[in-house]
Design a protein around this ligand. Structure first.
Ligand code: DMJ
Length: 674
């Protein structure tokens, strides 16, 4: 309501609200327009004095109130802004995960890490760049190997497979950079590795390797590869008939055993089927993964085993097939394994309940095994790269960073246990390349390769460890002077070698292929000979789990001695794995011949007529090797896969410049392929 004039006439009423009206004369003043600071100050002061005490108090209170509101809302806005930014990043990630959006091309590559001028500095270990919009996204090579039955241009039978590598859309800037690594004064240029494998295989045996999908001829299967396919099918038949969807086949009792209850054999075998070109088997197994594989189960799983077999198997199958189902499953299990890292030291617990989201160490100790906590990195790092979610890589990188700094090593050799509370090594003084430590060494090298040979601390630790092996663990046996890797316990050398150690020749050869010193190849050649002798000197032609080498010549004694408790064979892959690398890098046919002998002996002593293969209790008794009634999942995941690759002359069939095998033989892409 308008009440101006009347109110004015009655004089200004006392009001409890503020009304500041500036009349023109006050605003302008006698001297016309005067906007000087002094004038404004005086004028405001006058006005202020004219106000009642109550009015002044109200104004002061309002100012104070507004000031408080201002500060609070500034803080909140900051947070709102941050969460908005995060959300938009998340949105981008989610979009990149939508099936059909070319999932086979991983969404995010780790940021390139240049070698620091101070060689040896640990690189930034959360190297994920925020995802870029798709059109500017740097894409790694398309690492799919097309299954033969999908490639209509291939006129061959479906057992033939070939690698189809699409061109690498590499970051030009990064490509031109040279990374020089210094190792004890020796300069290593990783790009200048030893000759590529193809050049080592004799010209006539070379597969046709024509760039580009259209011109590439399929490489026909040879007799030995067909024998591997036959062996796989036989093993698979047993699993399919008696253990479908369960962890392991018990081929004699025609039943199964359960470890995690997650179809371990089926998942471990997926990429083998892909590589062997077993279309029908693969598609049937895929259906099981799509319809029946559920991780939301109240079950304790071992972090390491489920990472290398399940997460590794799913990631590799995703890369080979390009089928986003496998990535979705990989993300699911990856997330469910993360509670393992919630420990005081961030060294993960050995066991996780994937349904409840809880983790714990074994009942009797708070220690974890060193090999286990340091051999999950390839898989979690790759999961981060594919999802754009750093948390997986951060967790496993932290473990490596921490282990790098720990005391208790002996010239790069690590003890077998690490405490999840203190983060320190325990049971000091015992050093082995066998059980509980083996894949620590393997993953040092492989992570370095996976990440584009830039993470120098990994290389340093690897090189130091190999020097440690040479200094403390190498000996020669009698009578054949076989070089072997023994163990050291509190200063005492033991001539004991696990079959597990036979991963080492392959790993050494892989290092040399990637530019490491050639004397590692000499060692690899000597060690693979020893591993082969662990088969050849035994009655069944199959290696026991553990051997002891003779250090002194004794009449009638071979190099290899076997204790009754060690004479079992679990169908393990390590020797065949190393034979595969050795053949790829040298082209020496003897490695294929040795592998062929081993396959024949598996067929002779471990094959169960009604389907499947079994581990045996006694490799020294050909007339009764005592079948144990169990087919381990790694027989299909690793042993037969490496056999098939060993017998292949196609170096593009899992090209070792583009893929790195995890410790369960699941190939994962090298982030910056050569
Ligand atoms: C596999 O699970 C892996 O190769 C692991 O690194 C060692 N043990 C078995 C095979 O022997």
């Amino acid at each position: 309501m308008y009440s101006g004039p009347a109110a004015s006439a009655a004089g200004p009423p006392r009001r409890d609200f503020i009304s500041v009206t500036l009349g023109p004369e006050e605003a302008v003043g006698a001297g016309g327009y005067n906007n000087s600071k002094a004038w404004r100050r005086r004028s405001c002061w006058r006005k202020w004095k004219q106000l009642s005490r109550l009015q002044r108090s109200v104004i002061l209170f309002l100012f104070a109130f507004l000031a408080v509101c201002g500060v609070t809302s500034y803080t909140n806005m900051g947070e709102a802004w941050k969460s908005l930014t995060d959300k938009s990043l998340d949105d981008q990630r989610t979009k990149q995960e939508i099936p059909g959006l070319k999932l086979a091309n991983p969404a995010v590559l780790p940021a390139p890490q240049k070698v620091d001028a101070n060689h040896g500095d640990y690189p930034e270990l959360s190297p994920q760049k925020p995802p870029k919009p798709p059109h500017v996204r740097r894409s790694p090579s398309n690492l799919q190997i097309k299954a033969p039955w999908r490639d209509t241009r291939l006129k061959t039978h479906h057992d033939t497979i070939r690698a189809v590598e699409e061109p690498v859309q590499a970051d030009k800037e990064e490509k031109t950079e040279k990374y020089i690594i210094s190792w004890r004064g020796a300069m290593i240029e990783p790009d200048q590795s030893t000759e590529p494998p193809s050049s080592k295989i004799k010209e006539t045996e070379k597969p046709l390797s024509v760039e580009g999908e259209d011109q590439k001829e399929p490489v026909p299967l040879n007799e030995r590869q067909r024998a591997v396919i036959e062996a796989f099918r036989h093993a698979w038949r047993g699993y399919r008939d008696f253990a479908w969807g369960h962890d392991e086949l018990k081929p004699l009792s025609k039943s199964y055993s359960e470890w995690f209850g997650l179809g371990l054999t089926l998942i471990d075998a997926l990429d083998t089927m892909w590589i062997l070109g077993l279309k029908e088997e693969f598609e049937e197994a895929r259906k099981w993964v799509a319809n029946d594989l559920v991780f939301d189960k109240n079950v304790d799983v071992n972090l390491f085993e489920s990472t290398i077999r399940i997460l590794g198997g799913l990631l590799s199958t995703y890369h080979l097939s390009g089928d986003s189902l496998f990535l979705e499953k990989a993300k699911d299990i990856g997330n469910r394994l993360m509670p393992a890292f919630k420990t005081p030291s961030k060294i993960p617990y050995s066991d996780v309940n994937i349904g409840r989201g809880t983790a714990h160490p074994p009942r009797w100790t708070s220690d974890s095994t060193v090999a286990e906590v340091t051999s999950i990195q390839l898989e979690f790092r790759e999961l981060s790269r594919l999802t754009g979610d750093e948390k997986f890589q951060k967790a496993v990188d932290e473990v490596m960073k921490h282990v790098h700094t720990l005391s208790g090593k002996n010239d790069g050799l690590v003890p077998m246990f690490i405490n999840t509370n203190s983060g320190q090594f325990t049971h000091l003084g015992v050093y082995t390349l066998g059980a509980r430590a083996d894949s620590y060494y393997e993953y040092l090298l492989k992570q370095w390769i996976q990440g584009g040979k830039k993470e120098n601390e990994l290389l340093e630790d690897y090189m130091r460890a190999i020097e440690g092996v040479k200094k403390h663990l190498l000996q020669k046996s009698e009578p054949k002077r076989l070089t072997f890797v023994g163990e050291l316990a509190h200063g005492h050398f033991s001539a004991k070698m696990d079959h597990l150690v036979c991963f080492l020749p392959g790993t050494l050869a892989l290092g040399v292929h990637n530019g490491l010193p050639v004397d590692h190849m000499k060692l690899a050649e000597a060690l693979i000979e020893t591993c082969y002798q662990m088969y050849a000197q035994v009655e069944t032609g199959l290696s026991p789990e553990i051997v002891h080498f003779n250090l002194h010549a004794q009449k009638g004694h071979k190099d290899v001695e076997i204790k009754p408790a060690d004479r079992h064979n679990l169908l393990r892959p390590e020797t065949v794995e190393s034979l595969f690398y050795m053949y790829r890098f040298t082209g020496d046919k003897k490695y294929q011949d040795w592998g062929w002998e081993i396959l024949q002996n598996f067929n002779k002593y471990t094959r169960v007529p009604t389907g499947g293969y079994t581990s045996i209790n006694n490799v020294q008794n050909p007339s009764n090797p005592e079948p144990r009634d169990k087919m381990e999942s790694f027989f299909l995941g690793e042993t037969l896969k490496y056999m098939f690759l060993l017998f292949s002359d196609d170096t593009d069939l899992i090209n070792l410049d583009k893929y790195i095998f995890n410790t369960e033989a699941h190939p994962l892409p090298i982030w910056v392929p050569a």
